[in-house]
Write a protein that binds this ligand. Structure first.
Ligand code: 13P
Ligand code: SF4
Length: 308
């Protein structure tokens, strides 16, 4: 099948099965082109919670499809590439979190959406990179346990002054950014400002002109790039797909990834063929036990309530 045929077949199946395709903005451009909605973790959670489709095909990684199932239990949720599992999400475990809670009985637990359902179920509130500071701010009069991303946790601690116990997890894509990358990028692209995702380490964030989630970075560029002259431009400190897509949108502007090594291999596991096969065979279906789901839903709903 050529690309056009494949896209038509996907559209046909989507209509027949009343399905919606959601794609995270780190997915390959060809996969994003097949989606009804693209965006960051918070935007896609909102879409998953609000859709009236019968089936959600989630082009992303495991915790995203799982969150969609928690929010929309009556829908069939499919992850087209079953091996697309976020390594950071797996750094947190429910057993360890329960231990930490026992040692700190008065603490409130805020968990990053990049986590397994069982960990969400042990949490008071979930956050994403676009609302983490706001949510920590909300709870800052109490001691906070934050899991699993140490960089996002530290960033929230610096921004709010909250008393936080931070899990030692990290995203290998963003944690790899270094001062050396910034030095090289600024040397190669003089006059450009630096935009960085809060999963990056503190010394990298310190050098940023703007810090935000994937959608916040995208929006910043969309809102500001038209006014930049030919000597100015942007260096994008997150997964490389964001800079690629922005460069396609603004072909005459100077847009560069902070480093070519910033590739999320797990996000790249989904292909257009996988999307087609997923819709056709209704695989891989995501399941969450009802006991875990109910508890995790409370924490996810708290996040949605606090980020209105
Ligand atoms: P956001 O989509 O919230 O920016 O998070 C990035 C990410 O790493 C998703 O896995
Ligand atoms: Fe996980 Fe990082 Fe990939 Fe996001 S970019 S899915 S946090 S490994």
């Amino acid at each position: 099948m050529d690309k056009q045929e494949l896209a038509e077949k996907i559209l046909e199946l989507k209509k027949k099965k009343n399905a919606v395709i959601l794609a995270h903005s780190y997915q390959d451009i060809e996969v994003q082109a097949l989606a009804d909605f693209t965006g960051d973790s918070l935007e896609l959670s909102r879409k998953a919670a609000g859709t009236d489709a019968d089936m959600i095909v989630f082009c992303g990684v495991d915790f995203m499809a799982e969150s969609a199932k928690i929010l929309s239990p009556d829908k069939k949720v499919l992850l087209p590439a079953s091996e697309a599992k976020c390594p950071m999400a797996r750094m947190a475990d429910a057993e360890g979190l329960r231990e930490l809670k026992k040692e700190n009985p008065d603490a409130v637990v805020i968990t990053y959406i990049n986590s397994p359902a069982e960990v969400k179920a042990e949490s008071d509130c979930i956050c994403t990179s676009s609302n983490a500071v706001r949510i920590v701010e909300h709870y800052k009069d109490r001691k906070i346990i934050f899991a699993p991303d140490r960089n996002l946790g530290n960033y929230c601690k610096i921004m709010t002054g909250a008393d936080m116990i931070i899990w030692d997890g990290y995203c290998y894509v963003h944690d790899e950014f270094s001062i050396g990358d910034i030095y090289i990028a600024k040397h190669e692209h003089p006059g450009c400002i630096l935009l960085v995702h809060p999963e990056a380490p503190a010394d990298v964030l310190e050098q940023a002109d703007f810090i935000g989630s994937t959608s916040q970075i995208t929006k910043f560029v969309e809102d500001n790039i038209a006014d930049m002259d030919e000597n100015a431009g942007v260096i994008i400190g997150t997964e490389v797909e964001i800079a690629r897509i922005l460069q396609l949108k603004f072909p005459n502007k100077r847009i560069y990834p902070l480093a070519d090594h910033a590739v999320c291999l797990q996000m790249k596991k989904t292909s257009p063929d996988d999307v087609y096969n997923s819709l056709l065979n209704e695989k891989e279906e995501i399941f969450v036990s009802e006991e875990v789901r109910k508890k995790a839903l409370k924490a996810l709903n708290k996040m949605l309530e606090l980020s209105k």
